[in-house]
Ligand binder design. Structure first.
Ligand code: ADP
Length: 442
């Protein structure tokens, strides 16, 4: 039955009962007591209704703290319906809060910054990445104008022009950001920031590398082409001159070959698909062989000494050999005649350490941090004279990175340089260790 009908029926029944009681009193004790009983009955009924109305008003004021009474008559139905509505409402609110928490968590995990602003750019909410990108603090800056927080003329122009269809590339706080504003919900806007600092840096490195490599290859190519042109224009050139030209062309060809080989080595070392081999590196055999090669390169112009007191390691034999030989040949190339070159292999608390110390030309402090960059040279002509490609220390850096090792360079111009390679303790190969690939330097 519909609640309105129940309400009316129970109200009519209650009034009817009061009237019957009044009529019975009237018939036994006369009109005045009859009317008095009816009046008192009606007042009691009205008081009951008022009591429930007040309970309802109380509950509406404090729905969560006040309990609804069980009610009487039609009130039972009203209160139970209100209770159900409230339960439904509480459930919806809990669901909404859960969704909001999930949404916030998802926004926190986003790699991009998200800022929600109102139509006049007052900050309403932002995720931690946006705080980092734009230097905001949600706790302190909420309610403030974003243009007062992101103080950049490019950003201001973007806002003033309002051409939000194209994103803005913004250099801000030593980062390069792609900033995009998307209006939504009529009176709100989302600002999305995407950090491209790292990809820009890699792009620039790639561009620089290509430019440098092309430049390095162009010089020997020009020399070879020049001699080829002379040879084709003057077929009856003197034999000794022709021999000199051929010698110079061969040297330039070899230089190009060294460059291409070093570039390929670097590319391979950087490649993820080329894992480090886990081989037994017989350090004594390797270093003795390196000393022999160094002596051949020096041709008796330097005093080369090896002090060996360290363990064998494991890693890629070819890579470690190429890193160490690069350091040793540099020491020879940058040390004048009669200079001293000391090679040390020793065991330190942090792990095995390889040191190459020379009494050469040295390097001034401002260059040291840049030496492992590709094609970085302190003195270009000296590097070329000694057949350098400018990639040696970049190769060393990559090999060491792949072996969790590090390079420390100490140098004093005019006195000499010291290149120390620190291998980790975990690289030590203990005599009884069993490795899948057992190879040693021969
Ligand atoms: P390069 O082929 O030019 O030698 P590297 O990458 O091996 O290239 O070295 C980079 C630069 O570091 C060299 O051009 C040189 O200026 C400097 N350098 C490297 N080793 C030494 C050293 N032992 N003494 C002085 N300068 C050095």
């Amino acid at each position: 039955m519909r609640p309105q009908i129940v309400f009316w029926i129970s109200a009519i029944v209650r009034m009817f009962v009061v009237l019957i009681l009044g009529g019975i009193t009237w018939s036994f004790w006369g009109v005045v007591p009859g009317l008095a009983v009816s009046l008192v009955g009606m007042i009691i009924l009205i008081c009951v209704q008022l009591h429930y109305l007040m309970s309802l008003a109380d509950w509406l004021d404090h729905p969560s703290s006040t309990r609804l009474p069980d009610g009487w008559g039609a009130w039972t139905e009203i209160f139970s319906r209100l209770y159900k509505l409230r339960r439904g409402d509480e459930k919806n609110q809990a669901e909404l809060a859960e969704w909001l928490a999930r949404f916030r968590q998802a926004m926190t995990l986003l790699p991009d910054g998200v800022v929600i602003m109102d139509d006049v750019l007052f900050l309403e909410w932002c995720n931690p990445v946006a705080e980092k990108h734009l230097g905001l603090s949600l706790r302190q800056d909420k309610g403030m104008r974003v243009t007062n927080l992101v103080r950049s003329p490019e950003f201001m122009d973007y806002i003033i022009l309002g051409r939000y269809e194209t994103p803005l590339t913004l250099s801000f706080r030593e980062r390069k950001l792609i900033v995009h504003i998307i209006p939504f919900e009529n009176r709100r806007q989302i600002l999305v920031t995407h950090d491209i600092t790292e990809s820009e840096r890699i792009d620039m490195m790639r561009r620089d590398f290509i430019a440098n490599a092309s430049h390095e290859l162009r010089t020997p190519l020009t020399v070879i082409n020049g001699f080829l042109e002379i040879a084709s224009l003057q077929p009856d050139l003197d034999v000794t001159i022709r021999a000199t030209h051929l010698k110079l062309m061969t040297e330039q060809g070899e230089r190009m070959q060294r460059l291409v080989e070093d570039m390929l080595t670097l590319t391979r070392l950087e490649s993820m698909d080329y894992p480090v081999r886990n081989e037994h590196v017989n350090m004594r055999a390797m270093l003795e062989q390196i000393v022999q090669e160094a002596e051949a390169l020096s041709a008796g112009r330097h005093h080369i000494a090896l002090e060996f007191d360290g363990p064998d390691v494991h890693g890629s034999v070819d890579e470690i050999r190429s890193a160490l030989i690069n350091l040793v040949t540099n020491a020879i190339r940058y040390t004048p005649e009669n200079g001293q070159i000391r090679l040390l292999w020793k065991n330190m608390a942090q792990g095995p350490r390889f040191i190459v110390q020379d009494s050469g030309i040295g390097i001034s402090a401002e260059h040291i941090s840049r030496l492992t960059e590709r094609f970085y040279r302190v003195d270009k002509s000296r590097s070329r004279e000694t057949q350098g490609t400018g990639l040696g220390l970049a190769i060393v850096k990559h090999v060491l990175l792949r072996h969790d090792a590090s390079l420390v360079i100490e140098s004093t111009p005019g006195v000499g340089s010291k290149f120390s390679v620190q291998f980790p303790l975990s690289s030590v190969r203990y005599p009884d260790a069993h490795l899948p690939l057992e190879t040693s330097v021969n």
